[in-house]
Design a protein around this ligand. Structure first.
Ligand code: SF4
Length: 369
């Protein structure tokens, strides 16, 4: 079975993989089940195995979960084909999102990762209409959503945030410890001309000012971002501007990709494509600059104490993450030869060693004990 965005290209999938039993688009839950039942006989009702827990079935470990707040996107970035496959922004009712969050927390989730294609646009499509949660009116808006999620008493981490002006209002929530001081903002580039060709909003000057202001309000803020090098037409000077931006912005976590001409993306029609050799060379230079920044930032953490969410305990010890690390994409915190914890536990750790990606620590007494 194939399901998700690429389901929009059913013919191509079947041509490449003739043995695929069924193809559906994203969020086609009923269709997936129909397809499955075409090939697997539906079992006779059994109350023991048919019972689905109230929080639903999720694929992440028990202690963290992704909370999808909307689908689709109103932007038209020229390197991206998501809007053509998933459509315009379609925000979930805030009451539904908060209900799901509560069910997940009751089921043992300690960290909720808010995701969408554009988290800061949440509710724009429904004009931020008021919905109800727990008998109280709540606006379909990023700020109100964050305020309500904060009441769940677990880690709330925001992904895919555009630096719109109203994001400024989220920073005090982070400074007050209500949601994690962590922002995942895909900047993609820093040069004005390239950003315009990408159809991305914002200029790097204003972004730098913004970041400085956010850090004044919330000094512990960690910013993660992603960038594209070798976008069609990117000159050496424009690439160097990106490197200078990196030096100035001092971002904590950064991913970088070479431009990839996804079939159907408008950017493929732009002139002056960058050769793969040049893209590779730029990627290496980019990563070298960021590796130094990341390494210095993590070295500065040595000696400090952080609350760690334990992800696993293996034969070498405990592996966890601090507020600075989202699962799968960021670094980890290792506690060698310490096995006294379970996934989902929160423990205080002092950092004793760091490389450019991960840190190592030892357990310290609970600060609140
Ligand atoms: S890159 Fe992100 S913001 Fe841009 S069109 Fe694609 S999904 Fe939307």
């Amino acid at each position: 079975m194939v399901t998700g965005c690429l389901g929009a290209r059913k013919d191509e999938i079947i041509e490449l993989h003739p043995n695929v039993l069924g193809v559906t688009g994203p969020h086609a839950y009923d269709e997936v089940l129909t397809q499955v039942h075409k090939h697997v006989t539906k079992p006779v009702h059994n109350p023991f195995i048919d019972l689905v827990p109230p929080q639903g079935v999720k694929l992440t470990p028990k202690h963290y979960a992704y909370l999808k707040i909307s689908e689709g996107c109103n932007h038209r970035c020229t390197f991206c084909i998501i809007p053509s496959m998933r459509g315009d922004l379609d925000s979930r009712p805030v009451g539904d999102v908060l209900g799901e969050a509560q069910r997940l927390v009751k089921a043992g989730v300690k960290e909720l990762l808010v995701i969408s294609q554009d988290t800061s646009a949440y509710g724009v499509d429904v004009k931020h209409k008021t919905d109800f949660w727990d008998g109280m009116p709540v606006k379909t808006h990023m700020q109100q959503l964050c305020e309500e999620l904060a009441k769940q008493g677990v880690w709330i981490r925001l992904h895919y945030v555009y630096p719109y002006p109203h994001v400024d209002k989220i920073i005090p929530l982070m400074a007050a410890g209500k949601i994690l001081p962590y922002l995942d903002i895909p900047f993609q580039h820093a040069n004005k001309r390239i950003l315009k060709l990408m159809k991305r909003p914002g200029s790097s000057d204003r972004v730098l000012e913004r970041i400085a202001k956010w850090r004044e309000i919330c000094p512990e803020l960690v910013i993660r971002s992603t960038f594209i090098v070798g976008f069609p037409g990117e000159t050496e000077e424009e690439f160097e501007e990106l490197l200078n931006f990196l030096e100035e912005a001092q971002l904590d976590r950064v991913g970088c990709f070479k431009y990839s001409p996804v079939t159907g993306a408008k950017a493929n029609d732009l002139p002056d494509h960058v050769s793969d050799d040049v893209m590779e060379e730029r990627l290496q230079r980019f990563m070298a600059v960021q590796a130094k920044i990341s390494s210095e930032k993590l070295q500065a953490r040595i000696g400090q104490e952080y609350l760690i969410l334990v992800d696993e305990v293996n034969s070498l010890g405990i592996v966890g993450r601090s507020y600075m690390d989202a699962p799968e994409v960021d670094g980890k915190v290792y506690l060698s030869d310490d096995f006294d914890a379970n996934p989902g536990d929160l423990i205080w750790v002092q950092i004793i060693h760091a490389d450019e990606h991960d840190v190592w620590g030892v357990r310290v007494e609970d600060e609140e004990a």
